[in-house]
Each structure stands twice: as structure tokens, then as C-alpha cells.
Design a protein around this ligand. Sequence first.
Ligand code: NZQ
Ligand code: ZN
Length: 386
Amino acid sequence: MQNFSFYAPTRIHFGQGQVAQLAAEIPAASRVLLVYGGGSIKQNGAYQQVMAALSQHAVLEFAGIEANPEYETLMLAVAEAKAAKVDWILAVGGGSVIDGAKFIAAAALLDEEIDPWLIVGNRTPIKRALPIAVVLTLPATGAESNFASVISRRATQDKMSFKNALVFPRCAVLDPALTLSLPARQISNGVVDAFIHTTEQYLTFPAEARLQDRLAEGILSTLIELGPITLANPDDIDARANYMWCANQALFGLVGVGQPQDWVSHAIGHELTTLYDMDHAQTLAVVLPSLLRYCFDDKLLKLAQYGRRVWGLAGSDSEVAHAAIDATVDFFERMGLPTHLAAYGLNADEVALAVGDLLPKHKAFPLGERGKLTLADCMAIVRMAG
Ligand code: NZQ
Ligand code: ZN
């Protein structure tokens, strides 16, 4: 096992009715900027519960943070936060709203002479950030209790992340009842995103990280069991609760500590979202199977372990590894996510060229757990995803 340091300061309040905890989490004298997206929080009751919990607080609102949160929109929120001198940010929504809140929290306290866009990509140090509270409505990203944020800037074709311990949310409310309003498309996205966060930290090479492996296998098995149930029975609150906790744990940090990690599916996937406006999880469901086939020999031992422990397969390492990839593809398709670019009307050769133009702007090569994937390899992976 590799050396590691682990830090996870977010207090998680899990379960129905837990939004009420915000009243005690956010000091009563605070001025709170409530940020949200396109308005789903008003249909599923989250907004009403938040306002009831914060009836003694001064609450300002910023609505309209879009999926794949846009820098220009977030800068309007930063201006509002500064003008109103708010001292807490409360994000109510999915990964996009939470990531947006992390950016707002850091940008609001950035020195005036520094360009806030430099926060993205960790190109300037963050010395301070406003405290963040979260009410999660879409289990997928783990953003509610991690220190990462992914921001898009459409004008310059950028989608990049930043990571900083100062933007760990102070607290996160995970109430599965608030997810009952999710459309099927977002449940499919959420289950598959959580699944692939786990494989990015697990399908690499053996590193004697036995507990981490079994955590990963537990998350993957539970998602395989519950994903289809969650889609088929939208009112099953127990399935929803377990899916919510899996998605949180997939990118909480514990699966990846002491392990080699991959993240190439995410690197290519972010470019596909920028280029073709595909949902984040749609991009991953297309790229991961192709990546696993392209890197088959390098990932063989872990693929075989995955096939035996998660899918219950038998045979030689190679047979089990191939069958495990096929089972993964079948799972994504059953979850309603296509695994080929053609399903989105895209030509793989053209997509490979476009990704080849954009990816070097955002990533330093080589990539992958062995640090050996070149740009040409990444383009080949895209071509194989046709
Ligand atoms: O805008 P609203 O009205 O909130 O509607 C949203 C949005 O249209 C809707 N939604 C959310 N909760 C709902 C709901 N609709 C009905 N009922 C509910 N309870 O769902 C749509 C998608 O929301 P979004 O927040 O974009 O989805 P997700 O949580 O999948 O987040 C995706 C973003 O997170 C980034 C992605 O790149 C993408 O930008 N990621 C962030 C990560 C992190 N911070 O660690 C890691 C991930 O790998 C990922 O890259
Ligand atoms: Zn993801």
C-alpha cells in the first residue's frame, strides 16, 4: 500500500427530515447566500424546508447555476456575495450547484488583483474561502463532501477542476426523499457516475490495498444490485437511500487512498461534454469500456479480480476479464446509458481528432495509473468507442 494522508472534515446528516439541522449548523447571525439551479428545488420541497430551517437567518438567493456550471454565471454570484457581504454559501442541488458554490466561496475572498479564472486548474493559491453548507438533491458526484470542483467556460472550450481543502463543505444534508423527484435520466447518470468514480480508483493494478479494494467491490456490487431497482421503482426510499450513500462513498476519498488511480475516462469525458454537450455520465459510459479494452493487459489482474468478486465469474484471468468488461457494458446499457458514440450520432474519427485538439490544453501527458498513456493513446481510445 502506498503512503497516504486522509482528511474528511464534512459533517454528514443523513436521512429524512435532516434539512432542519441547518438551523444549528449555520450560526444564526450569518448572512447566507443560497445558490441553486434551474428550480427543481422548488418542486421537490427542498427550498421550502431550507427556508423553514433558516427562518432566523438572513438569506439571499442566487438561482440559475446550470448543469456543468458556467464561469460567467458564477461570477455574477461572486459579485452578489461580495456586494451583500455574505458569510456562508448554501448549495442546494446536484454536483453542478455544489461545484459552483465551491468556486463562489473561493472567488469571493480572492485578492482583488488576481483573475478568479486562475482558481480553476489550481493556477493560483487559495488562501481563504467562505464556509459552505450543502443540501444534496442528486446523488452522483460525491461533491457534497469532497474538496473538488469542476467548472466550465464555454467561450474558451474549457472544463477544468480545482481541488482545495478550504472548499470542503462544512456540512452536507443527504435526505433520500429529496431525490424522489429525479427524472430517470439523472438516476441513470448518477448511478453510472458513482460506479465509474469507483472503477477509476480500483481498476488499475494490484497494490496490496485490500480494504480499499473491498470497499470498491462493495460499492460496485451495491450499485449493480440497486441501480435497476432504483430506476424501476422510483418510490423505493430504501433503494434511494442506499444509492445515495454509495454515490457519496464512491468519491469520499477512502476508496482511493494508498492506491494507484486512473481518471483517464474523466479526462476524456470532460472534453466530450465541452465539445458535444453530453451529460457527464453519458461521456463516461462511452469512454470507460473502450479504455478497459485498450488497456486490457495493464489492467488484467484487477479486471480478473473485479470479474470474480463483483460479477461472480469463473475461468482464466483473461476470460474473466473480458466477460467482466462485457458485463459492465451490459449494466450501463440496462441503466439506460449507451456505450457507443454512434448512439449520440457522433463519428468516432471526427471525435478523436477534436479531443486530440482540446485535451493537451487541459492535461499534461502521460496519463493513467502507470503514467504511460500518450495523446495518441487517448485518441485511439476515443476511436475504439465508435
Ligand atoms: O438545475 P436544477 O433545477 O437543480 O436541475 C438539475 C439539473 O438539471 C437536476 N436535478 C438535480 N436534483 C434534482 C434534479 N431534478 C429533479 N429532482 C432533483 N432532486 O439534474 C440536472 C443535473 O444536475 P447536475 O448538478 O448537473 O448533475 P450532477 O450531480 O451529475 O453534476 C454534474 C457536474 O458535476 C461534475 C461534472 O463534471 C458536472 O459538471 N463533477 C464533479 C465532481 C466533484 N466535484 O467531485 C466529480 C465528478 O466526476 C464530476 O466531474
Ligand atoms: Zn464523475
